[in-house]
Design a protein around this ligand. Structure first.
Ligand code: SF4
Ligand code: F3S
Ligand code: FES
Length: 248
């Protein structure tokens, strides 16, 4: 069964733009990305959209649909009423390149700021041993497809451009937490998490978790445990005394 849907798509570039209206055919079982491709094929051949896998795994097709951050390829048209106007806009937190494509290099910069996995000196590949519980904890975080929907949603940077320099965002605070909880990572990630990567800016609103297409419990399983570890370090009197002595 097909019907005609009303679509509003943001078109423009870094210098500005606006919403453009379309009436477009929708067939049973289609997702929003199918409709964007139909617009490219039939009405608007230069409409820019980033996509790759069409299976919810590459993290490329992130945008906002009726104001909600989502993957275009994983949003079924059946979630909208047939007479509902479907509005598709680029992610708001990152600069627009063209139409639905944004410049997400902020995230690459933040990724590079996190020191790599640091195993104990002398431990050779093949000698790594971990408990299954520790493997499972990391595996949840490693489901991340780097769609940056969580980064786009977090109000700390969505509404405050000035915070971008000092805040890694939920995806990369989660990476720091993953390494901090890793039994074979010997680096102390706690001071930098707070001082350099802006863990303290997170006030656990959980909006990042709500939009994660991989259903990773970013706030409960990464950010809150990381905050607890930072607090333990600060308020444990032995740790506090140790840090004073060794700073001299
Ligand atoms: Fe996307 Fe989830 Fe990874 Fe954030 S944590 S980048 S929302 S997959
Ligand atoms: Fe932002 Fe997620 Fe914290 S939305 S404030 S990083 S819980
Ligand atoms: Fe790969 Fe949508 S195209 S996640």
């Amino acid at each position: 069964m097909s019907y005609k849907a009303s679509f509003r798509v943001w078109r423009g570039d870094a210098s500005g733009g606006g919403l453009q209206d379309f009436t477009v055919e929708v067939n049973e079982g289609e997702v929003v990305l199918d409709i964007i491709h139909r617009l490219q094929a039939t009405q608007c051949s230069d409409l820019a959209v980033r996509w790759n896998c069409k299976a919810g795994k590459c993290g490329s097709c992130s945008a906002e649909i009726n104001g909600r951050p989502r993957l275009l390829c994983m949003t079924r048209m059946s979630v909208f009423a047939e007479d509902e106007v479907v509005t598709v806009t680029p992610m708001r937190t990152f600069p627009v390149i063209r139409d639905l494509v944004t410049d997400v290099s902020f995230n690459y910069t933040k990724a590079r700021e996190i020191p790599a996995f640091t195993p104990p000196p002398g431990l050779k590949p093949g000698e790594y041993r971990m408990k299954q519980a520790d493997v499972e904890r990391s595996q949840e975080f490693r489901k991340c497809i780097e769609c940056y929907l969580c980064q786009n949603t977090c109000h700390v940077i969505r509404d405050h451009e000035e915070n971008k320099e000092h805040f890694a965002g939920p995806r990369y605070l989660m990476r720091i937490a993953e390494l901090e909880m890793h039994p074979l990572d010997v680096a102390d990630r706690r001071p930098a998490a707070q001082a350099e990567h802006g863990l303290g800016y997170c006030n656990i609103t959980k909006c990042c978790t709500e939009v994660c297409p991989e259903n990773i419990h970013i706030t409960d399983n990464a950010l809150i445990p990381m905050k607890e570890r930072v607090a333990d370090r600060r308020y444990d009197p032995v740790v506090w005394l140790g840090s004073k002595i060794f700073r001299r």
